[in-house]
Design a protein around this ligand. Sequence first.
Ligand SMILES: [Cu+2]
Length: 225
Amino acid sequence: MKLIHALAGLAALPLLASAHFTLDYPYSRGFDEDLEPQFCGGFSTPSSGRTPFPLSGSAPVLIDSHHPSAIVGMFISFDSNPSNFSAFNQTASGQQYGLLDPFGGISGTGEFCFRVDIASLGVSGLTNGSVATLQVEFNGGDGSLFQCSDLVLVDNYSVPSNVTCQNATSSTSASSSAGASASGSTGAAGAKSTGSPSSGAGRILAGSAAATGLVAAVGALTLMI
Ligand SMILES: [Cu+2]
């Protein structure tokens, strides 16, 4: 009796809806679905290891959406420790600039790739080794959510070859990877950015493996009932 009650409660949990979205590349400061409505997803301290990112030229940003449709936009700050949104549209010396990627719609769950180019902002003074923080805003219908990634800008940097950009643009109704990793955020919960492309790619794989495990666990519970 007690067991059945517990299982019924588990089944009622909105597992997918509560996962919101994850930032998979460049690597997030950290993910906590309960804190995701806060600035930088509730992680207020820059990562000790920053992800290398191209100083100029097209570069991918990968997110995993757990909502059937969402509005996504991206900001960037060039402060070493930006603490509010105004640090994401103005440099410390007062130069103003726009969004790194304008708000647009996506539909479907799973991985989405956005192409961004930091040099397109025309911010002066950026050079090899400059630091930046990317902030992604995502709204899948349950309010604005945020994730941050701390970057070091590198001249002529190529992202690791195992970071694949499946959707070439940020345009609306990009195709999704059909839910294969739709519940992957559970596996990535609490993971910290490492700044190491290879270990970060491993984290993405670990997330997928954990998602598969979750599906298996839910399947096992269903059999028990
Ligand atoms: Cu959500």
